[in-house]
Design a protein around this ligand. Structure first.
Ligand code: SAH
Ligand code: SF4
Length: 407
């Protein structure tokens, strides 16, 4: 389904409800940023420090304390501004003449919803967003009985080339700005507030892209999401999960940030021969090095690391590989890690598929018997391609990846 003036997004989706969302698309849609000099996304209050926010409002001829008022509206009242400045009128503690001006300058529209899909009886909602330059990303809102989780994208596309992941097939379009990352979470927070539902408490960076390949914006986003309100959204860092393919220097850097974030390492094979194929960056940082880095992360943050393992039939699901994985993990100590096997979500045209259920159970049993906590990852959103490896983006009808998980 397309909106007037928008190009088609995503492939055919069977079963679930699909509907267009968002208001009119403002300005010229340039299409994905190929062959053009990329234009930076507009500056946004969310990605500025408190001092920069004050500077920005003063530069606009306003009193410095207006910065805090704006932050209260954005992070506490969850005010979202529409393409024509809609929503600004509600900021009644700001002078009427300043509202739209401040909103246009510091709360610009960064994401335009072009498509929304729901499944799991409305509990899972995937949104396709168009960015200011036409690039497309997706985020997923997942409502569980005990919590609400957002799966956010960190890049448009991904340059890591994992062959089982649709995002990896299409390559990297560009990094997202910090505010583009934050806005995915804020949009979900507004949806929850709008329906009177529980607040968003968890964010998993398991959408499109490799978060640690976009390190600085990711960290700015993490700090905004975890700063106490009104400086930020006030989430607990423990509720945020950064999933990485294993960029060792960035994993070490993250461990040194003093933030108790959850780290998920996408391992998918305990041996280099196979991991070189499944996760090409393994040729740069092999299994031994990524597991050592994951262990260091657990040691310095006190946070148990998740090992993500997509179970692919007859490729990486052998009992000997489960034993090898258990051996690699236990060799580095006890209690520092748990494993999340994920049934592969086959991407169109892929020769690979998910493991048989009995093979999956045996894999889990071997790990558990070796003393490693192991939970099969929730596969919410599969039917709307909101599950791993299935997201649409890039302005083509090619599906791309967005993963989701229970934190
Ligand atoms: N780039 C990061 C985060 C995004 S991918 C990473 O790779 O960790 C999030 C998770 O989805 C990763 O564990 C990834 O390996 C997994 N994934 C990607 N495609 C998948 C697919 N088709 N089936 C199952 N899991 C998939
Ligand atoms: Fe990128 Fe993660 Fe997909 Fe690999 S699995 S291509 S790192 S998004």
């Amino acid at each position: 389904m397309t909106l007037p003036g928008s190009e088609p997004v995503g492939g055919p989706v069977g079963g679930p409800v699909g509907r267009a969302v968002g208001g009119p698309v403002r300005g010229v849609v340039t299409g994905p940023v190929t062959g053009r000099r990329p234009v930076r996304p507009p500056r946004h209050l969310a990605e500025l420090t408190e001092a920069e926010r004050v500077e920005a409002v003063v530069a606009l001829g306003e009193k410095g304390f207006r910065a805090r008022q704006l932050a209260v509206h954005y992070f506490e009242h969850l005010v979202g501004i529409g393409p024509e400045g809609e929503g600004a009128e509600g900021m009644t503690d700001l002078p009427a003449a300043s509202r739209t001006r401040l909103a246009a300058a510091l709360l610009p529209v960064l994401l335009t919803g072009v498509r929304e899909l729901t499944c799991d009886a409305g509990q899972t909602v995937k949104t396709v967003w168009r960015l200011h330059d036409g690039a497309l990303v997706e985020s997923v809102l997942m409502r569980y009985p005990d919590r609400v989780t957002v799966c956010a994208s960190s890049q448009a596309g991904c340059g890591m080339g994992c062959p089982f992941c649709a995002t990896g097939q299409a390559g990297l379009t560009r990094n997202l700005s910090a505010a583009e990352i934050i806005e995915q979470v804020m949009a979900a927070a507004r949806v929850q507030a709008g329906v009177g539902g529980p607040r968003v408490g968890n964010v998993v960076f398991m959408g499109m892209g490799e978060p640690l390949a976009n390190y600085r914006p990711l960290l700015v986003a993490v700090r905004a999401l975890t700063s106490p309100s009104p400086a930020g959204l006030g989430l607990s860092a423990r509720g945020l999960t950064v999933s990485t393919v294993g960029l060792v220097p960035a994993m070490d850097r993250l461990a040194g940030e003093g933030l108790p974030l959850t780290l998920a390492l996408s391992l998918h094979a305990p041996d280099d021969d196979l991991r070189d194929e499944l996760v090409p960056v393994n040729t740069r940082w092999p299994v031994r090095e990524v597991l050592d880095a994951a262990r260091r992360y657990a040691g310095s943050t006190g946070r148990r690391v998740s090992i993500e393992y997509a179970l692919i039939r007859d490729v990486n699901d052998h009992p000997w590989r489960a034993r090898a994985l258990a051996g690699e993990l236990n060799r580095r100590g006890r209690g520092w890690v748990h494993v999340n096997p994920i049934p592969l979500n086959p991407t169109p045209g892929s020769r690979w598929t998910a493991s048989n259920p009995d093979v999956e159970s045996e894999f889990v049993t071997i790990l558990r018997e070796a003393g490693i906590p192991t939970t099969i990852r929730d596969t919410r959103g599969r039917e709307i391609d909101g599950a791993c490896g299935q997201l649409a983006a890039g302005g083509t009808d090619r599906p791309q990846a967005l993963a989701q998980s229970r934190p």
